[in-house]
Design a protein around this ligand. Structure first.
Ligand SMILES: *Cc1c(COP(=O)(O)O)cnc(C)c1O
Length: 365
């Protein structure tokens, strides 16, 4: 039982709103896959997936153990494992997870395993590289892949997928359109070998926003579910899902000339009221937010972080803010707060969302 007072609240209402926002952009028959990798973008994958399971068609995780965790949480929705690894294929099968197969070695190993287990038509997904150059078969592999699959009764292609490299970047529009065109040629070639028609999917969140014409049979929504589109306008239509809260542990009056925190980096230029908050870099709060760079909100007012961020605590300047020990504080509450923290930390909302460490309790509200 985690009784830590700092808590990451995940808003069900916001998740549902965001999912609906993307569904409204899609054809009615297009399926939705919710990406819940990395603890559901730093939230709580099991709780989020349990909440979404009847509202979507598929889940995706990056690694097998993330999928196993969903199964342990009694989620029976199909789960795509984006990055299966040879040593996990056995557990992928025993947990009825569906691998995204990206090279011949994994394909052959998987088929051998399915054969040993006497499993027929196990659903697999074929991942093609169309320009991201991360994971995936190349188009020239198609005859070989299809020869292997057509000669095996142990697996069946459930979908063919690829991933866009710069769907959020309108300067890369031509590159993205080429990826989509390339993907169309790949699926046409794959479909030529078989009697059935697997699903095709290539779009992530910003793909749905910028290239809805390429939605094919399914789309994979990650960051959008958690409140971020690829621009201000889209983000303003979404609701924030991650709210990081804590409380004031102690209030000190620091006299002019005194210092606060390790290495004494904050020196009071006047009498200053300081609150200590039980959250620090051990909870995922970047040290870059220290020394006045970042702030939290207390009673809707800004309280700058003073001195260095400690492992378990921060100190904030609450001079002039009407508040007491034990009062609630927000590290972030809105998308704007998260974007401010990402900009100070010179990173993206993706990283800030996933950063909150597992020491922080999660609660679905
Ligand atoms: C993470 C991931 C997604 C989701 O991307 P978002 O930009 O968060 O929507 C989709 N597809 C693949 C292959 C991914 O790795």
């Amino acid at each position: 039982m985690n009784n830590h007072v700092s808590v990451l609240e995940i808003s069900k209402n916001a998740l549902e709103h965001n999912l609906q926002y993307f569904k409204n952009k899609l054809h009615q028959k297009t399926k939705t896959l919710a990406v819940v990798k990395a603890f559901g973008y730093g939230s709580d994958a099991n709780k989020v997936a349990y909440f979404l399971k009847d509202k979507i068609n598929y889940f995706a995780v990056a690694y097998a153990h993330e999928g196993i965790s969903l199964r342990k949480a009694k989620i029976s929705t199909p789960v795509l494992v984006l990055h299966p690894q040879i040593q996990n294929l056995d557990e992928i099968i025993s947990n009825q997870l569906e691998p995204s197969i990206y090279n011949l070695k994994i394909l052959n190993t998987f088929i051998k395993l399915a054969e040993e287990k006497e499993i027929e038509a196990y659903p697999i997904h074929l991942k093609f590289n169309t320009g991201l150059n991360r994971l995936g078969f190349s188009k020239v592999n198609i005859p070989k892949i299809m020869e292997i699959i057509c000669n095996s009764k142990y697996v069946k292609i459930k979908s063919v997928l690829s991933h866009l490299a710069a769907s959020e970047d309108n300067n890369e529009r031509q590159f993205t359109l080429n990826q989509i065109q390339n993907f169309k040629e790949i699926i046409t070639q794959v479909y030529d070998y078989i009697e059935y028609t697997p699903m095709a999917h290539i779009l992530n969140t910003s793909g749905v926003i910028n290239y809805p014409e390429a939605q094919f049979d399914m789309v994979r929504i990650g960051i959008g579910l958690y409140g971020f589109g690829n621009n201000k306008k889209e983000t303003s239509q979404l609701k924030n899902t991650h709210i990081l809260k804590s409380i004031i542990s102690q209030i000190h009056i620091v006299k002019k000339g005194e210092t606060v925190g390790y290495n004494r980096t904050f020196k009071a230029s006047k009498d200053t009221t300081i609150a200590s908050i039980p959250i620090g870099h051990g909870d995922g709060l970047s040290r870059r937010l220290g020394n006045g760079n970042g702030h939290i909100t207390i009673q809707n007012q800004i309280a700058p972080i003073v001195g260095n961020v400690c492992m378990d605590m921060i100190m904030v300047d609450i001079t002039g803010i009407e508040c007491n020990e034990e009062d609630p504080v927000f590290i972030f509450k809105t998308q704007k707060d998260i974007l401010t923290i990402s900009s100070i930390s010179e990173t993206s909302s993706y990283e800030i969302l996933t950063l909150t460490s597992q020491r922080i309790k999660r609660s679905l509200i």
